[in-house]
Design a protein around this ligand. Structure first.
Ligand SMILES: Cc1ncc(COP(=O)(O)O)c(C=O)c1O
Length: 348
């Protein structure tokens, strides 16, 4: 629980199971899953998006409404498992840093578990996300400056107070919780499995967790193959796209983006994402703020789906991926709508 990176090489850790993969069903790294901390996360709906399909030229475009999770974002899948592991470990007070959604999610699950949470978030994060953190009774530590400053402050606080750093970006328990996304896709879309899944990517916990879930499903014989997994970032902050596609981008080029949830300049799992894109035949693309805002409007006005900008970025990316023929017009495509629009609403 306290060890988040390898003490020798500094790289992030993965959960490995020593016994055989069971023939069906998700396996989680918990000793007592029946006592786990849950708020009913998961089992989010998948809906067809006919208008957006028409605009992009796709016959079969589907969205998994991850904002239907208890705190309004996909993060609850990871928080449920991470917090359950923290309870098993005997944690009573934890520290986390976040651009907002993970902080809100961890706060809710900490409240449920009776654990005191300290959440470090940029003071410039959307007010609704900061309010949500406080509502659950977590101690909010607003940090001036960019997202990375919140991480630095959290780490300093952990050292000073000798607390547990329950970082959702580093904890392998969080990634394991995300696997449920893929298990649901396999069940809900069993008659028309997606050829592609398009993700908004910051730290990559959703992307990596979903891959792990799909990998298990293929090993269990429940899916014939892993869908092509695609990465979307903002042109303002695109370290992963730059690393995968050799596109010019460096830290000093980082700029503000409306997609705050994917504004991560130095993702710790960056080395794990390129191989996943390659292994699944996916692609990686960066999109402008203009196209992100345009897609937030399209989704709301044409589909009744209110996504936050970080989530609509995936649809802007989808459009580019179709244009560059990484996604064919006859293919079945799934996009997770990762966070609810009211968390980061446009000014009216
Ligand atoms: C709504 C939303 N979508 C996507 C992401 C990106 O997730 P990850 O950092 O796991 O790549 C975030 C991260 O905060 C988010 O809040």
């Amino acid at each position: 629980m306290r060890t988040l990176v390898c003490s020798k090489c500094g790289s992030t850790l993965k959960v490995e199971y020593s016994d055989q993969v069971p023939p069906s069903g998700i396996r989680l790294p918990l000793h007592n899953p029946s006592a786990s901390i849950t708020l009913g996360e998961g089992n989010t709906p998948i809906v067809e998006l006919p208008q957006s399909g028409h605009i992009t030229g796709l016959d079969r475009l589907f969205a998994k409404l991850e904002f239907a999770n208890p705190t309004g974002s996909y993060k609850d899948r990871g928080s449920a498992v991470m917090m359950s592991a923290a309870v098993e470990y005997g944690a009573t007070e934890i520290v986390e840093d976040s651009s907002g959604n993970a902080g809100a999610s961890v706060s809710a699950y900490a409240a449920r578990a009776g654990i005191q949470a300290h959440i470090f978030a940029p003071e410039s994060a959307p007010p609704a996300k900061l309010q949500q953190i406080s509502v659950y009774g977590a101690k909010l530590h607003p940090v001036p400056g960019p997202r990375a400053a919140a991480t630095t402050s959290a780490r300093t606080f952990v050292k000073e107070k000798n607390l547990i750093y329950l970082s959702h970006t580093l904890s392998p328990f969080f990634t394991e919780g995300i696997k449920s996304f893929s298990y649901e896709v396999a069940t809900q879309m069993c008659n028309d499995l997606p050829d592609h899944v398009v993700f908004p990517v910051g730290n990559g916990s959703l992307f990596i967790g979903a891959f792990k879930g799909f990998e298990e499903l293929v090993k269990q014989g429940r899916m014939p193959r892993i869908p092509r997994l695609h990465i979307v970032q903002s042109t303002s902050v695109m370290p992963v796209v730059s690393a995968i596609k050799n596109e010019p981008w460096s830290l000093d080029m980082a700029d503000h983006t409306v997609a705050g949830g994917i504004s991560v300049v130095d993702p710790p799992h960056i080395h794990r994402m390129g191989p996943i894109v390659e292994a699944t035949g996916g692609d990686a693309v960066a999109v402008s703020d203009e196209s992100i805002v345009r897609w937030q409007k399209i989704l709301a006005e044409k589909e009744g789906v209110f996504a936050e900008p970080t989530s609509s970025a995936a649809f802007a990316g989808l459009e580019s991926l179709i244009q560059r023929e990484s996604i064919g017009r006859d293919d079945t495509v799934l996009v997770p709508v990762t966070g609810f629009g009211l968390k980061d609403a446009p000014p009216h």
